[in-house]
Design a protein around this ligand. Structure first.
Ligand SMILES: [Zn+2]
Length: 217
């Protein structure tokens, strides 16, 4: 077994941990909206990770089976010593649950919250859903930042190109001062180019101040 991944603070928990394979520790993983026993208590199947609403993630409930202390059941293997036992599932198992966030690209990976374990599956499912909500919010913000950065880069390149075009026009005016070229047209075009640069600069400023401008446009 490799070293466990370090815990970190995120999504309202101080003990988040990345699991490459939850099966090393838990016996099942159920999506939060399927795990809840109250119909419609989680009325969606996930949260969007990006601003184009393409990918989602959802909360997930990880289950651990333990031997039942009351009837002396065998736990994970589920052998019933007393099928009338009310302390367990009748097969010698009691369950605890951990809230986690699903990795949409990897079935057996999950981001688990180590801060609490639950005996109430609904409580765990609700917490998992809140974790996934916060995870998705952060992912959408990162997505907006990336969109803003690439738009700024493109705008800077366009400003440079526009300035070069402006310089070429200035040269042309000097060269054809004798009137062989339409100076008025040239002046108009130069004014348009300067206007374009101002507009791009304004857009860059807006994107740098607020990355969500890249999403809203
Ligand atoms: Zn029992």
């Amino acid at each position: 077994m490799s070293e466990p991944n370090p815990e970190f603070k995120a999504y309202g928990s101080s003990r988040m941990q990345w699991l490459e394979d939850w099966r090393n520790e838990f016996d099942s993983a159920t999506d939060a909206h399927d795990a809840t026993t109250h119909r419609r208590s989680i009325d969606h199947t996930g949260w969007y990770l990006d601003n184009t609403q393409y990918e989602t993630t959802c909360g997930v409930v990880l289950r651990t089976a333990k031997p039942c202390a009351a009837c002396g059941g065998s736990g994970a293997t589920g052998v019933a010593l007393d099928d009338t036992c009310e302390a367990c599932d009748g097969e010698g198992r009691t369950f605890t649950y951990a809230a986690a966030i699903k990795d949409p690209w990897n079935t057996h990976a999950a981001l688990v919250d180590r801060e609490d374990t639950y005996t109430d599956i609904d409580e765990c499912a609700r917490h998992a859903d809140r974790l996934a909500e916060q995870y998705a919010e952060k992912a959408r913000e990162d997505d907006a930042k990336q969109l803003a950065e690439s738009e700024v880069e493109a705008a800077i390149a366009e400003i440079q190109e526009t300035r070069r075009a402006h310089t070429r026009l200035v040269g042309a005016v000097i060269k054809y001062r004798d009137g062989s070229m339409d100076n008025a047209g040239c002046t108009r075009e130069r004014a348009d180019l300067r206007k374009r640069v101002r507009k791009l600069a304004k857009r860059i400023k807006a994107l740098r101040e607020n990355c969500w401008a890249a999403v809203e446009s």
